[in-house]
Ligand binder design. Structure first.
Ligand SMILES: *[C@@H]1O[C@H](CO)[C@@H](O)[C@H](O)[C@H]1NC(C)=O
Ligand SMILES: *[C@@H]1O[C@H](CO)[C@@H](O)[C@H](O)[C@H]1NC(C)=O
Ligand SMILES: *[C@@H]1O[C@H](CO)[C@@H](O)[C@H](O)[C@H]1NC(C)=O
Ligand SMILES: *[C@@H]1O[C@H](CO)[C@@H](O)[C@H](O)[C@H]1NC(C)=O
Ligand SMILES: *[C@@H]1O[C@H](CO)[C@@H](O)[C@H](O)[C@H]1NC(C)=O
Ligand SMILES: *[C@@H]1O[C@H](CO)[C@@H](O)[C@H](O)[C@H]1NC(C)=O
Ligand SMILES: *[C@@H]1O[C@H](CO)[C@@H](O)[C@H](O)[C@H]1NC(C)=O
Ligand SMILES: *[C@@H]1O[C@H](CO)[C@@H](O)[C@H](O)[C@H]1NC(C)=O
Ligand SMILES: *[C@@H]1O[C@H](CO)[C@@H](O)[C@H](O)[C@H]1NC(C)=O
Ligand SMILES: *[C@@H]1O[C@H](CO)[C@@H](O)[C@H](O)[C@H]1NC(C)=O
Length: 809
């Protein structure tokens, strides 16, 4: 994601020529020159020409479009494009004007050739164009401005403006639907549509892929107030929604209510290149769009999102990887999020090269624990796995087979929609093994490179149960043992005992960065050893950061911050553009592993309470006791590490200092969803330690419940998804804390402590930072020194995510 962001910034080089003082209207006989723009009365939207410059590596020159963009946002963000499929090569003599027949046209002034036109049947040649505050560009009869002859809202692109209609006009047959961009810089029609279900009497929204007739997502049926599976949409206080079905038309629309929000708050609801509908909010603090909601929630639910011969993984970035023996077909398109080409074979199959022979040398490589591709052809009856193998081998167009509980399945030609399941999660044990046909050469090369997965013709049993994760871990430990070379690192101790490492030494210590422990928001973390036995964790920071002098200064000030509940910074490395941080190694990984992975040992209640208290102490120290009053800004279970005795230690503090202005951008773009982010991040007011208090409250709820707050599986009141923190606040008020506690504890819980923890959590996640306690107060409350009142339900969360409560209770 981060990498993608960099690539995107490099490639997307937008030229906006528009400059001069602006009006919102073009009168009959007037023109809009290539460097003029219209600005809506409220200033929010602008219409003009813009160019996207796709860089040399993309092999194209600048192309020009007429479009509408968000005018108050410094990062150019287009919302509508007139000529999405007909870009213009240059701007010589380009203008927007009215043609003889009254239509609005993009034309070449010198040749009078028309590049794009509103193409309406207009009987007057005197028309006016106006860009409305809603973002709608309308063409009206000059002598009667309420007579709209054409409007951009009738020709949607990828962005669904508030007040726009999604659906059709029953009289004219006009169907308004949204179509994604081709890639992240090309507005041409892409592979996904967002539309109203064409079925009669079914009032729901659908997402449909170009190449598939069955939708991959549906909103659920409109129940008069909202679409049943996505009650977030109601957020009745934040947006109002409307579904209209009468003689003339049938459509869905929404509008924003500013009651709870900053009146300047901008939201953007659109269908993304990779097929999800996304809602963003502009965050002043980070100068970027922050994702508030995406549907379908899982990226891999989108039809063919990674293209043919790929594996999609939901909880990983990047989501898409090629299957073994395949490489990315078009890296340039791939970087731009256009993965329709998917991956291609490294070596052609033998049976294609040599049709004459029946005895192909092709082999199978088996990928365990995946969701199988669709459109399987069932072969019945098949008694054994080897029979299934042989059937596939005998037909050259057969690219894969699977032999499992449901017998033998084979696939021909392209494989789509294969999904990696989480092998360590026993609830997903429905994963199956897919055996992929590869040339013998590719299988050979895998043999020497690969992890311990069965290669060649194997029986299709799933090794998930063994835990692929554990296997890799064992391998890592084993290679570590074998290889630790016992070098004494050539570091020089700084004034705080922080060691300045040479890059080469860290490379050796980590075996060339092979033992990856994880990937965090700011870079990847690798395990290494110094002096043979001392395990360290080396974080390699991504991206461009501050100069050496400042980096050293910040490192030494972070190194001075030491507390039993903070991960100790051992050293750093700063060579050329490379920036690395060296920490003590925590043998029990991070908190999320113990809370959310069902194959790890369940933390008992006492351990959980001690972890909650330890984290609170660590944060209180960061906020108050140490010299600099550090705000962590990124508290989440992944950043809470556990040492050998399960003592919690907070990782990644001080990153805001190291990354400077880049920090909030990284933070918000990496995040994906709002999860642990306090509402202040969205409104752009100054950030205080109370943002950590908010995140801490969210983490505390997860410690109590043993589940992710954002997890989609949770439901209450029938089948409606409720955001867990809202549910928890209600249950707390009802006095039913027992139902909130992790079921894995089997009621072996101190309910007084659980209630106290719930109260603290609910106070921490209040909308108004002044309602939240300080971390020092949290420590005192959890220690039982200070009493605490009952907490109210957080209003903003309730408004945004708690609809079933506002509707039914
Ligand atoms: C974009 O185009 C401009 C000229 O229009 C050129 O000067 C610039 O180098 C281009 N940028 C990239 C990244 O190719
Ligand atoms: C733009 O340039 C391409 C290649 O240079 C050419 O094929 C295409 O016809 C041009 N389009 C227009 C509208 O001039
Ligand atoms: C308009 O026509 C002139 C003359 O043929 C040509 O030089 C120029 O490139 C054209 N402009 C556009 C935007 O196609
Ligand atoms: C425009 O009007 C003419 C004459 O009334 C009619 O034949 C034609 O179908 C109309 N075209 C469109 C696109 O409405
Ligand atoms: C434009 O409005 C004028 C005045 O209302 C009316 O006479 C004329 O017919 C209208 N033109 C069209 C094409 O509707
Ligand atoms: C509209 O048409 C009339 C008659 O054809 C013509 O006299 C007038 O100049 C035209 N107006 C515009 C703005 O093109
Ligand atoms: C202007 O147009 C509107 C909508 O078409 C129509 O209802 C109204 O009567 C028109 N006014 C005049 C003066 O023609
Ligand atoms: C749709 O299928 C066609 C033919 O199989 C293919 O060329 C095209 O790339 C596919 N488009 C997408 C968006 O997957
Ligand atoms: C095709 O197979 C035959 C028989 O196995 C072999 O003699 C021949 O060399 C093969 N040709 C190629 C191009 O691999
Ligand atoms: C291979 O399978 C395809 C798809 O089922 C079928 O159309 C074709 O006839 C088969 N070829 C042979 C040689 O069996």
């Amino acid at each position: 994601m981060h990498l993608h962001h960099i690539v995107f910034t490099l490639l997307m080089y937008i030229h906006i020529l528009a400059s001069s003082a602006a009006t919102d209207t073009i009168l009959a006989g007037e023109t809009l020159a290539v460097n003029d723009k219209l600005v809506s009365k409220n200033g929010r939207h602008a219409l003009g020409f813009f160019g996207t410059n796709s860089s040399k590596s993309y092999g194209r020159t600048t192309t020009w479009y007429l479009g509408i963009w968000f005018n108050t946002v410094p990062k150019f963000t287009s919302a509508w494009v007139a000529n999405r499929d007909k870009p213009v090569n240059n701007t010589n003599s380009l203008e927007l004007t009215f043609s003889q027949d009254g239509n609005l046209v993009i034309q070449n002034r010198s040749t009078k050739s028309i590049i794009w036109s509103t193409q309406e049947n207009i009987t007057t040649n005197s028309t006016t164009a106006v860009l409305l505050s809603s973002g709608n560009l309308i063409l009206t009869n000059s002598s009667n401005s309420s007579e709209v002859l054409w409007q951009s809202f009738d020709h949607p692109m990828d962005t669904f403006f508030p007040g726009e209609k999604l659906g059709w006009d029953k009289v004219t047959g006009l169907n308004r639907r949204f179509v994604s961009w081709k890639n992240s810089i090309d507005p041409a029609a892409g592979g996904y549509r967002y539309e109203l279900d064409p079925g009669t009497g079914v009032n729901q929204l659908l997402l449909v892929a170009l190449n598939s007739s069955t939708p991959y997502w549906s909103s659920g049926v409109w129940n008069g107030k909202y679409f049943t599976p996505i009650p977030e949409m109601t957020g009745r206080h934040a947006i109002s929604t409307k579904f209209v079905d009468n003689d003339q038309e049938k459509y869905f629309t929404y509008n924003l209510l500013d009651e709870y929000m900053d009146p300047n708050m901008l939201t953007r609801h659109m269908i993304g290149v990779s097929g999800q509908i996304k809602t963003f909010t502009w965050v002043k603090g980070s100068q970027d769009w922050v994702l508030m909601n995406a549907q379908p929630k899982a990226q891999c639910d989108v039809y063919a999102v990674c293209g043919p011969f790929t594996i999609c993984t939901d909880n990983d970035f990047p989501h898409c990887i090629c299957m073994e023996g395949f490489t990315i077909t078009s890296p340039k398109n791939w970087e731009l999020e256009d993965r329709a080409d998917g991956c291609s074979r490294n070596t052609q199959l033998d049976c294609i090269r040599n049709i004459s022979t029946m005895h192909t040398t092709d082999l199978f490589y088996c990928e365990p624990c995946v969701r199988l591709p669709q459109d399987a052809q069932k072969i019945e009856p098949t008694r054994s796995s080897s029979e299934c193998t042989q059937i596939c081998l005998n037909n050259c167009s057969c690219t894969a087979y699977s032999f499992g509980n449901s017998g033998c399945s084979v696939w021909h030609n392209e494989l789509l929609n294969i999904r990696q399941l989480d092998c360590s999660d026993t609830t997903n044990s429905n994963g199956e093994t897919l055996c992929l046909r590869l040339s013998a050469k590719d299988v050979q090369s895998l043999k020497y490179n690969r992890r311990g997965i069965d290669i060649g013709v194997v029986t299709g049993t799933c090794i998930c149960a063994l835990g692929l994760f554990a296997l890799i871990l064992l391998l890592m430990i084993w290679t570590n043992k074998k290889n630790s070379s016992g070098r004494i690192l050539n570091g020089s101790a700084g004034c705080n005992g922080i060691i300045a490492f040479r890059y080469n030494d860290l490379q050796h210590a980590t075996k060339k960065f092979t033992h990856k422990l994880g990937a965090g928001s700011f870079g990847s973390v690798f395990k290494g050893f110094i002096n043979e036995s001392n395990a360290i964790a080396v974080k390699r920071l991504d991206g461009a950061y501050q100069g050496e002098k400042q980096f050293r200064a910040e490192v030494s000030s972070i190194g001075a911050v030491q507390h039993i509940n903070l991960v100790k910074l051992v050293g750093f490395c700063c060579e050329d553009a490379k920036r690395l941080l060296v920490y003590e190694y925590m043998s029990n990984h991070s908190l999320d592993v113990h809370l959310f992975r069902s194959n790890s040992t369940v933390l008992n209640w006492a351990a959980r309470y001690q972890i909650a208290l330890g984290v609170a102490r660590g944060l209180a120290y960061l906020h108050d006791s140490c010299r600099d009053n550090i705000i962590h800004c990124d508290i989440k279970p992944e950043n809470i590490l556990l040492d050998a005795s399960f003592l919690p230690k907070i990782a990644d503090f001080g990153m805001a200092k190291l990354l400077g202005r880049d920090f909030s951008r990284v933070l918000t773009t990496m995040r994906g969803t709002v999860g642990y982010l306090a509402p202040e991040w969205l409104t752009g007011v100054a950030i205080t330690p109370k943002v950590d208090v908010y995140s801490y409250g969210m983490v505390l709820l997860e410690i109590i419940s043993g589940r992710r707050n954002t997890s989609a599986r949770f439901s209450s009141n029938g089948n409606i998804d409720v955001y867990f923190p809202v549910h928890a606040a209600h249950k707390l008020l009802e006095g039913d804390v027992g139902s909130l506690v992790d079921h894995m504890l089997h009621d072996d819980v101190n309910l007084d402590e659980a209630e106290l923890a719930c109260k603290v959590a609910c106070w921490c996640i209040q909308d108004d930072e002044f309602d939240r306690p300080t971390m020092a107060e949290v420590v005192q409350i959890l220690e039982g020194v200070v009493e605490i009142r009952m907490a109210p339900v957080p209003r903003l969360l309730q408004a945004m995510f708690g609809s079933s409560y506002s509707t039914f209770s």
